[in-house]
Design a binder for this molecule. Sequence first.
Ligand code: GRF
Length: 292
Amino acid sequence: MSSTTGIRVYSSINVHKSLERRRLCRVYTRNLSFGRQCLEKPWFAPELAIEKPRDSRTGFTCRNCVPDAEREDCAVRRKKLAVFVSGGGSNFRSIHEASVGGLVHGDVAVLVTDKPGCGGAEYARANGIPVILFPKTKSSAEGLSSIDLITTLRKFKVDFILLAGYLKLIPAELVQAYPKSILNIHPSLLPAFGGKGFYGLKVHRAVIASGARYSGPTVHFVDENFDTGRTLAQRVVPVLANDTAEELAARVLHEEHQVYVEVVSALCEDRIVWREDGVPLIRSREDPNVYT
Ligand code: GRF
């Protein structure tokens, strides 16, 4: 972070809530510290999401919401999540368990899949979570179109979309309908070993064949391409000399379950903030001056 002296962090998510609370708009100053640096910078309250910035030099529109610890009336609303899966759904399961267990301040409102018989879909049905088929294909005519999917997600009042082993490309309409609100987890340290065709064991085989000594999951925001959105969190695991792809996959998957829950927890608590260069950061719950 060479430009730490110039870092501005903008608050994250929830324009609609902001609309309800615009009367509370205000600007205040707070110390922001990044690593060892402590900066005095203007910080825009979440309610400013629909306001023009008062400091014309900043020239940005603040879209998202960060709770103000100093303000008693800013209880963080419990979020509604849509999880997209195509396979076994172990990440979906760990997020659902964290939600039920109270680690995540949100609920899985709906499960979206292109494979109605996959393990993730079965787990959803067994837990009373509605399952939606997307996209529509020749073999699954009951699948939804992009527009119908967006309408349905709106009906479920979905705040955030979590891709967890969903193999289809997310259509541009959905990316645009949920800006800064769709996450994916990928089993390598992006931008390495990502993109079309890099999924499942293919990723881990490529990592091993490359000679890389470290791998690990990346959680990133989703854009219109495979695995190119902004990185939000990563964890590192060693690649051992005798690793098989299966062994490496298991080591990475173990970290996936931890990091995805941590990130979703931050997301649901409105602790994602955006640095002025567009990089998303996670604000620590324990120390609001610390970002990772
Ligand atoms: C995970 O490795 C994830 O990184 C990738 O797809 C896999 C899904 O695994 N996107 P699971 O279905 O959550 O077990």
